[in-house]
Design a protein around this ligand. Structure first.
Ligand code: PBG
Length: 326
């Protein structure tokens, strides 16, 4: 028999030992569930590239939120799916106090007040150009003009009952503009969860199908970050925190675990990570083919995202994972 002083396998010998020495535990409290809402009643439309995800009418959205809260999930991220007839170049519908989005926020806040609502601040679901900012005649996404629209949108969402507004547009200076506008209107307790480090990623494909929000021309590379860059992430989080962000996000998650780790070490606000639509779709598709065990892969990936340093995970697996963990 070999005389080994160290035998790491001793600490893996039984389930009890493994549980005792486990370094990372995921719980339903870590999750925020993204949900898509549309006009109408008692209808849900499956999103084909995201099995298990739906566009929900407000009544079904509220029912879903109740279930999520009962599972111990502390938050939801809401996204409106609008018909083309409601879209224009300046995303006017985004500030409509009687519009679909305001009504869904109000309905969820009224029926499930303890559930934290994160609302997306960006033009794309409302924009006839499908971009996150205003597009000028030369096809450029104009930064400073967009900030005014984003600030109004954030105030409209706060007024409807959002707990955190979540700018995902990647315009420069938007966190500062939004903080100032919220404070001016008295919404000092509405937080800002900034999509500070958002990459120009191919993993957003299924989401754009879900909202029918793909850019009508070009891509988002002049505002979203180059996937090759990690150092630049530090610059983005530094600016957003200086402008008043209460939490910062890295997005996507799985292909950017190094960036999550880097950001976690550099900032003292909570770090969120968004496991995006394409990441979800890959697991679901391979599971449907019987090529992987989807549930085990789901738990393994969520654990990895937390191990990398995420305090909060935005994930379409929220409900399924919470059901397994409970
Ligand atoms: C839009 C927005 C996107 C996502 C969240 N907010 C898409 C984009 O930037 O094109 C992607 C989420 C996902 O893929 O799950 N501002």
């Amino acid at each position: 028999m070999a005389h080994l002083i160290e035998r790491p396998r001793r600490n893996r010998r039984t389930d009890a030992i493994r549980r005792m020495v486990r370094e990372t535990a995921i719980t339903p409290s870590d999750f925020v569930a993204p949900l898509f809402v549309m006009d109408g009643t008692d209808t849900r439309i499956p999103i084909s590239s995201m099995p298990g995800c739906y566009r929900l009418t407000i009544d079904l959205l509220v029912a879903e939120c109740k279930e999520l809260a009962a599972l111990g999930i502390p938050g939801v991220a809401l996204f409106p799916a609008l018909p083309d007839s409601k879209k224009d170049k300046r995303g006017t519908e985004s500030v409509n106090p009687d519009g679909l989005f305001a009504r869904s926020i109000q309905a969820v806040k009224e029926s499930v007040p303890d559930l934290m609502i994160f609302t997306d601040v960006a033009l794309d679901p409302y924009s006839s150009d499908g971009h996150d900012g205003i597009v000028n005649d030369r096809g450029e996404i104009v930064n400073d003009e967009t900030l005014e629209v984003l600030a109004h949108m954030a105030v409209a969402q706060a007024r409807a009952g959002a707990d955190f507004v979540a700018p995902s547009d990647m315009m420069d200076g938007r966190v500062g503009a939004i903080r100032q506008a919220l404070d001016q209107e008295g919404f000092i307790n509405v937080g800002i969860m900034s999509y500070a480090v958002k990459y120009a990623s191919a993993f957003y494909g299924p989401f754009r199908d879900a909202l029918d929000s793909a850019p009508k021309f070009g891509d988002k590379k002049t505002y979203q970050m180059d996937p090759a860059n990690a150092r630049e992430a530090l610059r983005e989080v530094r600016l957003d925190i200086a402008e008043g962000a209460d939490m910062v996000m890295v997005k996507p998650a799985l292909a950017y675990l190094d960036v999550i780790r880097l950001v976690r070490g550099a900032v003292d606000v909570p770090v969120t990570a968004y496991q995006v639509s394409g990441e979800y779709a890959m697991v679901k598709a391979a599971d449907e083919r019987g090529w992987i065990d989807g549930q085990r892969c789901m738990l393994e990936i969520l654990t990895a995202i937390k191990r990398a340093g995420a305090d909060v995970i935005f994930t379409y697996f929220s409900k399924e994972a919470a059901q397994l963990l409970n």
